[in-house]
Ligand binder design. Structure first.
Ligand code: WT7
Length: 640
């Protein structure tokens, strides 16, 4: 099946889908309440967010809703004391949620583990006590490099409970990328697993950690969770087994009292330079944004079973696998392995087996699964589903409609949520009661003001493309970039005065619906994961054979986008004997440098690359050539 015309069909999409009447009647937010929330959010957005904050537990109330005295370093709920883990776990222990399932985990091998809120609370307390006894204190950074395991969630919550800062690194990153993050964060402790299962095979994670931690002076301890029984070398006294560590610990542990703007986590994401951005979130504002958005947008009910397929190493996993569902007191389902293992019905099997009611996934997964046709979903009873969700990249209408018909029985609304690591929680998305247009992310949430503007910052007319901006602060916004306030200002707040620049191109239609077209900067979106062209280029030029490199994104029918590289070889490597072998080496090299997340489709050897007179590579020209489009204005191009 060919989906390369995704953008074209997005531009022509005109269908509208209505929710079933019953769903509207039962929704947490009905149409009148929605309209009122939009009005309140516009008239007095501070009191709108203050109401949202009141739904959570705080140790001390704020002095003020928003301190905007030092833009863009906005601080929400200053003076307040809280801890997100108190809201995610502690407070449920004294309610009827105590014995409710908090977490259902399914391993790729078919084994399952279930935790009630009480059990999860006790497991988190044990590990939190162990961390404290290892000397981890409030503010210390802890890197977690793990596959999706119950202990991954336990580790995050335990770190946050004692006021330390977690920094998740997706297990698809290389040792080198991991080391860069450990060093930048100056992490004292790293948590990992011996290995995990992927596609039926155990993958060794500990090996990667050993290579990454080599020479990292900040790291005193590595905690290793048993999972895959792979051969590992324990380096004493640095390395400790998780199971041995928690055995003696008490299942009670006091929760650290945090300032609302104390750091909760650090999460690295690609930007336009080779150095990833360390995005910082705090306890107070983040919990308000995540809590309100999940409860309203995904309409959480006491009987829901919520399954989000994102890895916990990305922001979607933080907000909507861990914190959001637990704060809401719902049951979150976590699957360890590959969605096609042992065959293409694994996700449908998980939905049927646990009676999942809300299934939140990414377009790339939908496209991958739709290739196998409807025979696999038909093998399972998917009737428990009531809402579907999509995130990570624009969803092409063909995938939307397939998902809607074959998974959602033409009854479940698809909630397409636009947001970013930086925004912490949903920003632009529909509610279950909304009229949906496939491929559009609907409108900004109540309390949020977004617009599409031209180079000068003026709103563009309907139908025209422009930059997506957010015009006022929101509670779950990043506190800043780790140790780099200047880059924070420059990257997000300098182009349009007073507004946050998202880095996406979008358009609004006549009805005010927003359609996201993709990134406007040099960041690729590969299967919903951000990879900067600069990171790929610097990985390439780190290879002996490469003198210069330029990377562009090209459409891919499953991953949405993949990288294509153009390289100029060093003189000694010109006329390689076996060019195919060299190209293979270069691909392997990128994989080693960055990890399997960086998917490079092809590498082309060139004699020259198009550059401006000042020597900047014009990726735009390479891209236009590649796509067979008009190369446009080349007047600034370097002369021969
Ligand atoms: C970028 C953020 C937090 C979501 C997971 C990725 C793209 C995200 C959508 C959507 C179109 C989307 C944007 C955004 N994106 N969701 N529903 N429709 N595009 O988080 O790695 O921080 O990437 O993902 O380009 O800027 P992220």
């Amino acid at each position: 099946m060919e989906h390369n015309g995704a953008l074209d069909s997005l531009l022509q999409e005109e269908r509208v889908f209505r929710p079933l009447p019953q769903l509207v009647i039962e929704a947490n937010v009905n149409p009148q309440e929605y309209d009122a929330a939009v009005r309140n959010g516009n008239d007095d957005y501070l009191s709108y967010w203050e109401d949202a904050a009141r739904e959570l537990d705080w140790f001390r109330k704020w002095n003020q809703v928003l301190d905007d005295s030092n833009p863009p370093f906005y601080r929400w709920f200053p003076g307040a004391k809280c801890n997100i883990v108190y809201n995610a776990l502690d407070r449920h222990i004294t309610t009827a949620n105590k014995n409710k399932l908090a977490l259902i985990w399914e391993g790729e091998t078919g084994d399952t583990q279930k935790f009630t809120y009480y059990e999860l609370y006790r497991a988190v307390n044990r590990f939190a006590n162990a961390l404290r006894s290892l000397g981890i204190k409030k503010g210390d950074r802890v890197v977690i490099y793990m596959s999706p395991l119950p202990e991954t969630i336990i580790a995050m919550l335990a770190v946050a409970k004692i006021g330390a800062v977690h920094c998740m690194v997706f297990a698809g990153f290389s040792a080198k990328a991991l080391r860069e993050r450990i060093n930048d964060a100056q992490a004292k402790l790293v948590i990992t697993a011996d290995g995990f299962y992927r596609n039926g095979r155990p993958i060794n994670l500990k090996k990667v950690i050993d290579e990454a931690v080599e020479g990292c002076d900040s790291v005193d301890t590595v905690v290793v969770v048993h999972r895959a029984n792979v051969q590992v070398e324990m380096n004493e006294p640095r390395d400790l087994w998780y199971e041995a560590l928690v055995r003696q610990e008490s299942p009670e542990c006091p929760t650290e009292v945090m300032d609302a703007n104390d750091m909760l986590f650090l999460l690295y994401s690609s930007g336009t330079t080779g150095k990833p951005k360390g995005i910082v979130h705090g306890h107070g504002g983040y919990m308000v944004g995540v809590h309100r958005s999940l409860n309203w947008v995904f309409d959480i009910k006491p009987t829901d079973i919520f399954c989000c397929t994102a890895d916990v190493g990305w922001i979607t996993g933080h907000s909507y696998v861990v914190y959001g569902p637990l704060m809401a007191g719902t049951t979150t389902v976590l699957y360890e392995g590959h969605p096609l293992y042992p065959q293409a019905d694994r996700m449908w099997d998980v939905i049927a087996k646990y009676g999942v009611t809300i299934f939140y996934t990414a377009p790339t997964l939908i496209r991958m699964l739709m290739r196998f046709g409807t025979q696999y979903p038909k093998m399972h009873d998917l009737s428990t589903l009531r809402l579907l969700g999509s995130v990570g990249e624009p969803i092409n209408p063909e995938a939307w409609v397939w998902f809607y018909k074959n998974i959602g029985r033409s009854e479940c609304p698809i909630i397409d949520t636009w947001w970013q690591t930086e925004t912490g929680s949903f920003i632009i998305c529909p509610f279950p009661i909304s009229l949906l247009k496939p491929g559009s992310v609907f409108k900004p949430l109540p309390g949020i003001e977004a617009d599409v503007v031209d180079e000068q910052g003026n709103p563009v007319p309907p139908g025209k493309g422009g930059q997506l901006i957010l015009k006022r602060p929101w509670p779950s916004m990043l506190l800043g970039l780790y140790k780099d306030p200047e880059r924070y200002k420059e990257a997000y707040w300098s182009q349009v005065p007073g507004a946050y620049l998202a880095g996406d191109v979008a358009r609004k239609d006549e009805d005010g619906y927003i359609w996201i077209q993709g990134r406007s900067d040099d960041v690729l979106n590969i299967a919903g994961h951000r990879i900067g062209t600069a990171e790929l280029e610097s990985a390439l030029v780190a290879h002996r054979a490469v003198a210069e490199a330029a990377v562009i994104g090209v459409p891919d029918s499953i991953k949405g986008e993949v990288a294509k590289a153009f390289v100029i070889l060093n003189e000694d490597y010109n006329d390689p004997e076996d060019p195919d072998e060299l190209l293979k080496q270069l691909k392997d090299h990128i994989r080693r440098e960055l990890g399997p997340v960086a998917v490079v489709k092809s590498i082309e050897i060139r004699e020259k690359l198009p550059k401006t007179r000042s020597g900047k590579i014009m990726r735009r020209i390479l891209k236009a050539e590649e796509m067979g489009e008009d190369v446009g204005d080349t007047s600034t191009l370097e002369n021969d």
